[in-house]
Design a protein around this ligand. Sequence first.
Ligand SMILES: [Zn+2]
Length: 236
Amino acid sequence: MDQIQLLKEIQSVDLEIAKILGREEELLKEIEGLEKDFEDVKKTLTALKGLLDDLKEKQRKVSREVEEGKGRIERDKKRLKEVRSEKEYRALLKEIEGTERKVREGEEEILKVMEEMEGVESQIHEKEKALSDLEGKIMEKRKAYEEEKKGWDRLLEEKKKAREEIARSIRPDVLREYEFIRNRRKGVAVVPIRDGTCSGCNMSVPPQIVLQVRKKEEIVYCPYCRIILSWGESET
Ligand SMILES: [Zn+2]
């Protein structure tokens, strides 16, 4: 069998191998992407839980201050009845008013903190749901990968054997050239010449080159893109 025909055959096997490896890589990338999303959501969730703890602490602190203030007002109001001088009375009254204002402010703050807590809690709930959704998706994809992998491995082994078989009949120097061009050109090293045009670069090839390709006696390269030219199936 002529060398060009063998190169065409080995190329078609190589492209199939690349396709299988490509699909495997694609699925692995999908899983990696989901795992990254999972980690991101987890980080956000940790931050939100920290924020909720801070808010709870703040609520406790302000509540304690409000209770203390209320107690002081009660005590001061009792003292008001025992006060003798007008000046002392007015001073105490002013203090009570001050404490009452602080208590009001504290109570408003507690309401605000509670509202904020509600918002954070609903965000936590949302993120927890997203996290468990992502977990499910990751498990699903991993399972699909495990299942597909067996088929891919089997197929790859078959293809590699077929490749070895073909490679045995190809001249080593020709095979080396093929590998060299293939690595440079995304897996394609041999293309047909069609209507006198190289399918690799779409340039018109000189007639003597077309003749050489047609004879199928030697490896002929496109003078422009250096790809190996084969005689197109449609041409005779
Ligand atoms: Zn070309």
